[in-house]
Design a protein. Structure first.
Length: 260
């Protein structure tokens, strides 16, 4: 009898482990599939993700190899590349209508600011997201296929993100009329209390807020870079003529006036 009980307990433990692993792999693949499916619908560019690892028990997670493509009309292969990002969420909310994420840390992303002195790729990316989410109003998730039965479609899950940090980013400034690229550091970006209300925030709206913060910071930094260039071509090299730099700096300045 004791032997049977022992084997029964071993079987229960094995089943628990298998169930935990099944949830783990299903959750990871579901997040990856969601990013690569809905990301392009929201941003209107290719979005690729190498891997996602989320612990259902601890709530810790890691994202690797996120690449956000460049909008149509721009030359760089991507607008944003993230090597790794870590997150911490409340595991108990994973099955709720609103998932509570305590923190997201994006470490050392590569961001490209590409401009023809009329517009820039990040501004276009933001415009794509705003168009997909209904402009400045409440974000609208991409339309989902209607269920085969008469049951109503389930509403998209909402999010709460208490702390969102982008650290040690590198900004590649590309002024296409000059055919030159400069790389500088980007000040850390810190967003807090996103979707803390009872209604939360949609993934699309979260995307809009993050890209808006990146574009604002990158545009400001790019303007400073081009202005410094006019004082001695510090970043691109002395081969760039000062009158061309002055024109480029004026073009960036005009972009800021249009933005404001």
């Amino acid at each position: 009898m004791k032997k049977i009980l022992s084997w029964f307990l071993v079987l229960v433990v094995i089943l628990i482990i298998v169930a935990a692993l099944a949830v783990h792999f299903f959750l990871d693949s579901a997040v990856k599939r969601g990013v690569e499916t809905f990301g392009p619908r929201i941003t209107k560019v290719d979005v690729k993700l190498d891997s996602v690892t989320i612990s259902f028990l601890s709530g810790s997670g890691k994202i690797k190899g996120l690449v956000v493509g460049n909008p149509t009309g721009f030359k760089a292969p991507s607008a944003i590349q993230v090597g790794t990002a870590s997150l911490a969420l409340q595991p108990g909310t994973l099955l709720n209508d609103k998932i509570v994420i305590k923190s997201i840390l994006v470490e050392a992303p590569e961001i490209t600011f590409e401009t023809d002195l009329k517009s820039n790729n990040l501004k276009k990316l933001l415009a794509n997201v705003e168009e997909s989410t209904g402009g400045g109003g409440e974000a609208k998730e991409p339309a989902q296929s209607k269920p085969k039965t008469n049951e109503p479609a389930k509403p998209a899950k909402k999010l709460e993100v208490d702390d969102f940090v982008i650290k040690n980013a590198r900004l590649h400034v590309s002024v296409t009329p000059l055919n030159q690229t400069a790389t500088v550091g980007l000040p850390d970006i810190h967003l807090t209390n996103l979707g803390t209300g009872p209604d939360g925030i949609t993934p699309a709206e979260l995307t809009r807020k993050v890209i808006e913060a990146i574009e604002t910071s990158a545009a400001s930094q790019a303007g400073a870079v081009v202005t410094d260039l006019g004082k001695g071509a510090q970043y691109f090299g002395n081969s760039v003529k000062s009158n061309v730099l002055d024109k480029a700096a004026k073009g960036i300045g005009d972009l800021f006036k249009k933005k404001n």
